[in-house]
Design a protein around this ligand. Structure first.
Ligand SMILES: NC(=O)c1ccc[n+]([C@@H]2O[C@H](COP(=O)([O-])OP(=O)(O)OC[C@H]3O[C@@H](n4cnc5c(N)ncnc54)[C@H](OP(=O)(O)O)[C@@H]3O)[C@@H](O)[C@H]2O)c1
Length: 336
């Protein structure tokens, strides 16, 4: 039976506020898979904001390998469903190898796209933007749309879907470089750096007629500013509230403008991506077509090696990523 040397990331203490490297440890293990096991070498793992609240609320246990989306290659298998060489996606990231009975694996069959796109634009991230904007946001052509965390993985897809629907799109982000990316690369109409300006003032300039759909990724001051400028029958699909995730209980800053929801009859609705699973094949077909037409672009920020997975998560919370934050765990190797 072949033994495998594996390295994985454990949470060793719960962060108070922004996580620090000392909250995590790189742990070496030896794996001895059974003959019936499927051995997956992880190639890339996803880094997601939702991992942060899980560090504090107990969902991520101490002293065990952390979890999260990953893509790997099957390097040993007796299963016809998951043969050696197949690409699979699963939830056991934060480790170099995943030993599975197959029940937690899904095959991915890339067409002409990079394999990593299945961890973002063609995966859950893209589906979050697609369902959040089109289903929960009930987006209509030519509406006025505001997207926060617009240069991130979900936000950049939401901006581009809104542009495909001929909307006027404004986006907020945390650096001047990201402002340039949003305007010059993604072609949105107005972008601003929320760290150096007034969000409410920028929204008045960027969307002077008000907001029909606010795609909410941030919460707090962003929601306060946007809610006050919603148009009649406006919609606020609440995707995330990353500004709150380092706070105790993920409690967000207060919002003072909710009264605008009354006379303008604004709807605010939270959602979770699994609500849109039934749309997956239409989503994939639309996204692939938009990518081929050059109307759907993406960017990745890739950190190297399992040892940098904690830095990638901390970096995401500091806004170090443009587009999707990933960690490359291996290039892919031969069967064992
Ligand atoms: N509901 C769902 O099913 C679902 C699924 C996936 C993701 N989400 C949510 O969608 C949002 C975006 O997720 P993502 O995976 O695409 O991450 P992302 O936007 O690629 O990365 C997070 C970004 O948030 C920004 N940020 C960090 N702290 C901030 C703060 N205090 N105020 C404002 N912006 C801050 C940073 O960019 P800047 O440089 O711009 O600050 C950072 O790059 C998150 O809220 C996440 O929880 C929800």
């Amino acid at each position: 039976m072949t033994q495998l040397h594996n390295r994985e990331i454990h949470l060793t203490s719960r962060p108070d506020g922004m996580p620090v490297p000392e909250n995590f440890a790189l742990v070496e293990t030896t794996l001895t898979p059974e003959d019936s096991d499927i051995v997956v070498q992880n190639l890339y793992m996803s880094v997601d904001p939702a991992m942060r609240p899980a560090l504090s609320n107990g969902q991520t246990p101490l002293g065990k390998a952390m979890t999260g989306g990953a893509i790997g290659k099957v390097i040993r298998s007796a299963s016809a469903d998951y043969p050696v060489g197949a690409y699979v996606i699963h939830r056991c990231g934060f480790r170099e190898y995943h030993v599975s009975d197959g029940s937690d694996l899904s095959l991915i069959t890339p067409e002409d796209e990079a394999i990593t796109t299945h961890l973002h634009i063609l995966g859950g991230t893209g589906l979050t933007a697609y369902g959040g904007l089109l289903v929960i946001g009930e987006l209509k052509d030519k509406e006025n749309v505001f997207v926060s965390a617009a240069a991130g993985a979900v936000g950049s897809v939401a901006c581009q879907i809104a542009k495909i629907h001929d909307c006027r799109v404004a986006g907020s982000c945390g650096s001047d470089e990201k402002v340039t990316y949003l305007k010059d690369e993604l072609g949105i109409d107005y972008a601003f750096n929320y760290k150096s300006t007034s969000i409410a003032r920028e929204l008045h300039i960027g969307l002077p007629d008000g907001i029909d759909v606010y795609f909410e990724n941030v919460g707090g001051a962003h929601l306060d500013a946007a809610c006050g400028q919603m148009r009649p029958l406006g919609r606020i699909p609440v995707c995330g509230m990353i500004s709150a995730y380092n706070n105790k209980g993920a409690r967000s800053e207060g919002v003072t403008t909710l009264a605008n929801m009354i006379y303008n009859r604004v709807t605010m609705r939270g959602f979770v991506v699994y609500e849109f699973n039934h749309l997956r094949s239409q989503f994939l077909s639309d996204m692939r077509q938009w990518m081929r037409e050059g109307r759907m672009k993406y960017q990745e920020t890739v950190m190297e090696g399992i040892e940098n997975a904690p830095a990638a998560l901390i970096g995401l919370l500091h806004g170090e990523n443009t587009g999707k934050m990933l960690v490359r765990l291996a290039e892919g190797s031969a069967a064992v």
